[in-house]
Design a protein around this ligand. Structure first.
Ligand SMILES: [Zn+2]
Length: 136
């Protein structure tokens, strides 16, 4: 009996490819984090800022901080994906254990969740595995 239309496990070649992708992303983002760190010096209130008002400068600083946080969070996800490859657990959803899927991993190799768990998290609704049975 064949599996109908289900997602298949990743081949070693595919994992290898995604692994090097993750390593590259990791390095790239480490650099990005360093660069944006340089942009988050405290605002010097005595110094004339020119066209930027003080409020603007502070707002800009908060944006830099937020960017840096999201870069750091992504680095963490990437590093845990690399860890999962080492543990032979890569490609499985951390929430439901289903396969995340190659297409999704190609776009986002660090993705820890399958698309349905991810969208549940993003919509902020509590995860629910109970589905009403459809009427035929
Ligand atoms: Zn899932």
């Amino acid at each position: 009996m064949e599996l109908g239309g289900g997602m298949e496990n990743l081949t070693p070649e595919e994992i290898d490819e995604l692994h090097s992708e993750l390593l590259e992303l990791n390095e790239e983002l480490q650099l990005t984090a360093d660069v944006s760190e340089a942009g988050t010096r405290p605002v010097d209130l005595d110094e004339p800022i020119g066209r930027l008002s003080r409020m603007d400068a502070i707002a800009q600083q908060n944006i830099n901080k937020a960017n840096r946080r999201s870069v750091q969070m992504r680095i963490q996800r990437i590093q845990s994906a690399i860890q999962r490859i080492a543990n032979d657990e890569y490609g499985e959803c951390l929430s439901c254990g289903e396969l995340v899927g190659l297409q999704r991993l190609k776009v986002q190799p660090e993705a820890p969740f399958c698309i349905s768990c991810q969208s549940q998290r993003e919509s902020g609704r509590p995860a629910s595995v109970v589905r009403p049975s459809g009427s035929g």
